[in-house]
Design a protein around this ligand. Structure first.
Ligand code: PLP
Length: 370
């Protein structure tokens, strides 16, 4: 699919016009691990499943276009995508990381410290980024919006610092999706997604994506992706393609519903603070009293208390016991991640039903207290 179409159109059309043999409209799932050769040194384009697969190719080519990158790599999970990115760096490297980062990334980075003698300098927007750069710094790794505190980071200004200091600029863009934000357009070199979230969109798929800009970087990651083997299986590539076809519709509805939920939460007397970055269905909020959290979660009927985000069903997460459990208490409190914070992934149900579920849960809290 070419670049001349609008995003909604090219998303829906992923895979169509790609099957030259049978003209299938939906991408066929190629399970074959191997491809026959006519003679030594000849190939029809595919050799072995880890090195290349027609179903994965459709996905990767389309994702690269969508993110305005040069190449994309489909991985077995978001964490596998992050692991792939870090496989490029030498022992002793230093990285500047946004302070409020996905708990699983934090856990992996802690592990990297011991294994590879990597060091990680955590940054928030109150600190001058340039002042953190050392002779060992090789990359800046940013999550935007941050999770779960939903701070939106200015990608252009970080990109300028990265370019001026010869650092790679990596963005985990899982919560915004390429439908709303394309970090490569703002100067990022590498974008990652946990495609388990909005891109897959249906809470039934584990997948990750790496998108690169620039020929040598793309070549290097093509080599590493094949050498490490963190590739996504053909069934899952198909499932991700299928999910992405409705990305535009879903994201519009997630955003619209999130706005309604934010309006409601801001009027709710039990809620002391609401965090909403826009351009996503993610909303975090603080309730008055941390001791109410267990009862509040139990009272919800429609919204699932579950540990993921970005699917069609509404989820609520308690970050300090779930997604961010591995971040030490004093660290998370230092940047405002408290035991009163809850995170909602607003689904695409009717907004009235989502809000009514919150209303009845808060009402029960008040009745119990009163
Ligand atoms: C979920 C998530 C990841 C990890 O992805 P998996 O697909 O669960 O391995 C990384 N970054 C962010 C922002 C996430 O939300």
């Amino acid at each position: 699919m070419s670049n001349e179409y609008k995003q909604e159109t090219s998303l829906v059309q992923i895979g169509n016009e790609r099957d030259e043999i049978n003209q299938a409209v939906s991408t066929p799932i190629y399970l074959s691990t191997a491809y026959r050769h006519q003679e030594i040194g000849q190939t029809e384009g595919y050799d072995y499943i880890r090195s290349g697969n027609p179903t994965r190719d459709v996905l990767e080519r389309h994702v690269a276009l969508l993110e305005k990158g040069d190449q994309a790599f489909a991985c077995s999970s978001g964490m596998a995508a992050i692991q792939l990115i870090f496989a490029k760096f030498k022992v002793g490297s230093n990285f500047i990381i946004s302070r409020d980062v996905y708990g699983g990334s934090y856990r992996l980075f802690e592990n990297f410290k011991e294994k590879y003698n990597f060091s990680f300098t955590y940054w928030d927007e109150k600190t001058d980024l340039t002042s953190l750069i050392t002779a060992d710094t090789v990359a800046i790794f940013i999550e935007t919006p941050t999770n779960p505190l939903m701070n939106v980071v200015n990608l252009e200004s970080i990109s300028q610092v990265a370019k001026a200091n010869n650092l790679l600029f990596i963005v985990d863009s899982t919560l915004f999706t390429p439908y709303f934000i394309r970090p490569i357009e703002s100067g990022a070199d590498i974008v990652i997604h946990s495609a388990t979230k909005y891109l897959g969109g249906h809470n039934d798929l584990l997948a990750g994506l790496v998108i690169t800009k620039g020929e040598s970087l793309s070549e290097e990651y093509a080599f590493l992706h094949n050498s490490i083997g963190s590739t996504l299986a053909p069934f899952d590539c198909y499932n991700l393609i299928r999910g992405m076809k409705t990305l535009a519709l879903r994201m519009e509805k997630h955003l619209d519903n999130a706005r309604h939920v934010v309006d409601y939460l801001q009027s709710e007397s039990e809620v002391t603070k609401v965090y909403f970055p826009g351009n996503t269905g993610m909303v975090s909020f603080e309730i008055k009293d941390a001791s109410d959290v267990p009862d509040f979660l139990k009272s919800l009927k429609l919204i699932s208390f579950a540990e993921s985000l970005g699917g069609v069903e509404s989820f609520i997460t308690y970050p300090i016991t779930q997604t961010h459990m591995d971040i030490p208490e004093e660290v998370r409190i230092s940047y405002g991640l408290t035991d009163r914070l809850l995170r909602i992934s607003v689904g695409i149900e009717h907004a009235d039903d989502i809000i009514a579920d919150f209303e009845q849960a808060f009402k029960r809290l008040r009745e119990r207290v009163g």
